[in-house]
Design a protein around this ligand. Structure first.
Ligand code: F6P
Length: 348
């Protein structure tokens, strides 16, 4: 049996742990494992390398992906489907494991509908896939953001400043929420709960009046003001163009808020965009463990020929769910959770 693996979409810590787990388990089964390079691009272009136990030794401790990645959408490429089928035939690959987020798994689901034997492994730092309680990469990203906020606290305090820190999470505020709470942000703004800039500034002024000389504002890259506001009625984008899956490239809201807060309050304000630093570096212990469990589950699904399924975490169990359920339904921060956890610390 020959099993192909690919990693697609934005990288995240833990991808290598999945690759290692599938390879180690596959070798026990006597399978040949081949890793396609650069996500779906490698399958389209027939670019791959054979994975051995030696090649994957210890890679679970490293961030990124040894297979490289891309945001290539084969259904946007000429003859994409046929080229994928041709590569699988030529390389004699019996089954594919696609490791990715909503976009990569969406392609996997379409390919499964086209008769390709495929299973999925969910990843994204955004943690916004509804079919799993957690995706690996998220915990590592939250830890990076918390570390950054800890550091920003001391400099903000020393200078009596407001610091706005921008956190990743395209449409879901999970990283901002968890890092904001853990990192002691005084205001937490997420895409799911549009904010009122006037209220934000009033809180900052109130804090100052109470003798609290500095403030940290955590803002998700996709946050925007409530309807009816004249300020920031849509997300701040890095570029107007979209990627091959139609995703907008967000970024820059911290800078916009920095200016607006300084203008409205007169406070010295700075901003910091954490950006891709949240995706880089070594995976946390939680992510290494989860990614390894997901990889082993993917191997089991292949062995049992349960194609069209994806590994998923429910509670403490690793289960499988149909790919078609896994895609297209975003997991957002529920308003109730946001209110329960953010409001008690709002402006404190
Ligand atoms: O989906 C993961 C993510 O890191 C988002 O949080 C972010 O908006 C996006 O990817 C950034 O994408 P890129 O790496 O293409 O700039």
């Amino acid at each position: 049996m020959r099993v192909g693996i690919l990693t697609g979409g934005g990288d995240c810590p833990g991808l290598n742990a999945v690759i290692r787990a599938i390879t180690v388990q596959g070798k026990r089964e006597g399978w040949q494992i081949i890793g396609f390079k650069n996500g779906w691009a490698g399958v389209l272009e027939n670019k791959w390398e054979e994975l051995t136990e030696d090649k994957v030794e210890d890679i679970h401790r490293e961030g990124g992906t040894i297979l490289y990645t891309s945001r290539t959408n084969p259904f946007k490429e000429e003859n994409g489907l046929q080229r994928i089928k041709d590569t699988l035939k030529e390389t004699k690959v019996d089954a594919l494991v696609a490791i990715g987020g909503d976009d990569t798994l969406g392609v996997a689901n379409k390919l499964y509908q086209e008769g390709i034997k495929i299973v999925g492994v969910p990843k994204t730092i955004d943690n916004d896939l509804s079919a799993t309680d957690y995706t690996f990469g998220f915990d590592s990203a939250v830890n990076v953001a918390i570390e950054a906020m800890d550091r920003l606290h001391t400099t903000a305090k020393s200078h009596n400043r407001v610091i706005v820190v921008e956190v990743m999470g395209r449409h879901a505020g999970w990283i901002t929420l968890e890092a904001g709470i853990g990192g002691g942000a005084h205001i937490i703004l997420i895409p799911e709960v549009p904010f009122d800039i006037e209220e934000v500034c009033q809180i900052l002024i109130k804090r100052k009046d109470e003798g609290k000389s500095y403030s940290i504002v955590a803002v998700a890259e996709g946050a925007k003001a409530a309807k009816g506001s004249k300020f920031l009625t849509r997300e701040v984008t890095r570029e107007e163009k979209t990627d091959a899956f139609g995703n907008i490239l967000l970024g820059g809201i911290a800078k916009v808020l920095e200016k607006e807060i300084a203008k409205r309050t007169g406070f010295e304000t700075r901003s910091m965009i954490l950006g891709h630093i949240q995706r880089g570096g070594r995976p946390s212990a939680f992510d290494r463990f989860l990614a390894t469990r997901f990889g082993l589950k993917a191997g089991e699904l292949v062995k049992e020929e349960k194609f069209g399924q994806m590994a998923s975490l429910r509670g403490t169990d690793i289960i499988s769910v149909p790919l078609k359920e896994a895609v297209g339904k975003r997991k957002e921060v529920p308003l109730k959770l946001y209110q329960e956890i953010v409001k008690p610390f709002w402006g404190r």
